[in-house]
Design a protein around this ligand. Structure first.
Ligand code: GLN
Length: 379
């Protein structure tokens, strides 16, 4: 096998789902909802079953999907987006990011990755033949040190990966932080590849600022996101890349050879969601704010320590008090004996951190309550 595979392990997130299934544990590891997508989407899905399309769409995405997406994203990102030249529809943001990395980097290039990171970024970097430069986000606030970031830029990277709102920390980058990154990208001529799949899951008073919307940044930002989290359709695998047309032309090429295209019937059904009114996004925020509050209140009652998320649907909980030999052993034990699955924090950190575990709270109220009840046996 290729020696590239020596540099990353299998996904621990996906492995924890298999472990959760094996022990019948409540799966608060891999982040996906246990509730249905909006009714309108279910209806649209039935309709495509009868009426199609059932064959390929255009490689870079069905025309009506790109048009609806351009309209919605132009509004939220506050940037004009051309559906014909500035969008590629992909199989989830997983493919979007892989295609973005392969477009931006040539073998031997360096890529800045904040640590902790969503585990795909390192695998993506290595699969693109590039090499990560890690910049720590310091707990408990997960801020970066300006000098440390500057030093990373001095190593002549080709790109920086920015997950905002951030998985697994729940951090939402401030305008000041983003502007600091933006200045460095200009000074050192670096691309920013974003992962903004939690763009609509932000808790007040925090606000999500799209990196591409900062002055002068559209030209050097490859924005990746997906419909998975916003419309609770993680299994539909619909993502996209938005960027300047010169870059998108190349992303299209990579995407074509990676997957040919995202599923045509699912694109057709999902157009319905892209036409939802502002109300939908407000309600989504409200829904996740309630879930976050419920889960954090439960953690408080159990006396567990955590960093309060500002966005996304994860929380990192400190398990040092349990004196477990390591977080991976703890998570396996917890799935089996407590009946709740979480992800060991070490799978997100470059540094030797093994006292944190990640829960997600994208679950029905009853599921969260039952999980908290089970977790109380930790006490
Ligand atoms: N983003 C989700 C998580 O971190 C999982 C996404 C995936 O497994 N593709 O749990």
């Amino acid at each position: 096998v290729s020696n590239r595979l020596d540099f990353f392990t299998e996904s621990i997130i996906r492995k924890m789902t298999r472990i959760a299934n094996r022990y019948g544990a409540i799966n608060l590891s891999q982040g996906f909802p246990d509730f249905d997508p909006p009714e309108e989407l279910l209806k649209a899905l039935k309709k495509v079953g009868d009426e199609g399309p059932h064959q390929y769409s255009i490689t870079w995405g069905a025309q009506n999907f790109r048009e609806a997406l351009a309209k919605k994203q132009s509004k939220y990102m506050d940037i004009p987006i051309d559906p014909d030249t500035q969008i590629v529809v992909t199989c989830g943001s997983t493919e979007a990011m892989m295609a973005a990395m392969m477009t931006a980097c040539k073998p031997g290039d360096k890529v800045i990755v904040f640590s902790p990171f969503y585990e795909n970024y390192v695998a993506d970097t290595i699969l693109a033949g590039a090499e990560p430069i890690y910049v720590p986000l310091h707990p408990p606030t997960f801020h970066f040190d300006k000098e440390e970031l500057k030093k990373a830029f001095e190593q002549n990277p080709k790109a920086l990966i920015l997950c905002n709102p951030s998985n697994p920390t729940g951090k939402v980058f401030t305008r000041e932080e983003l502007e600091f990154i933006a200045e460095l990208t200009v000074q050192y001529d670096v691309f920013v590849i974003t992962d903004e799949v939690y763009e609509h899951i932000v808790f007040e008073p925090h606000e999500h600022i799209y990196f591409a919307s900062l002055p002068g940044m559209f030209e050097r930002t490859i924005s990746c996101s997906s419909l998975s989290k916003t419309y609770s359709i993680t299994g539909w695998r619909l993502g996209y890349v938005i960027g300047p047309s010169e870059v998108i032309e190349n992303v299209r090429k990579v995407h074509d050879f990676l997957t040919v295209g995202a599923a045509a019937p699912l694109q057709e059904a999902a157009v319905t969601a892209l036409h939802f009114s502002d109300e939908y996004y407000k309600d989504l925020r409200k829904l996740y704010t309630e879930k976050k509050n419920l889960f954090l209140k439960g953690l408080d009652e159990l006396g567990l320590k955590y960093t309060e998320p500002q966005g996304a649907y994860y929380v990192l909980v400190d398990i040092s008090e349990f004196g477990a030999p390591d977080d991976t052993v703890f998570c396996e034990w917890m799935a089996k004996e407590v009946g709740v699955a979480a992800v060991p924090g070490s799978s997100f950190f470059k540094e030797d951190v093994n006292h944190l575990i990640r829960f997600h709270f994208a679950k029905k109220t009853d599921t969260l309550k039952e999980a908290l009840k089970r977790l109380s046996t930790l006490r």
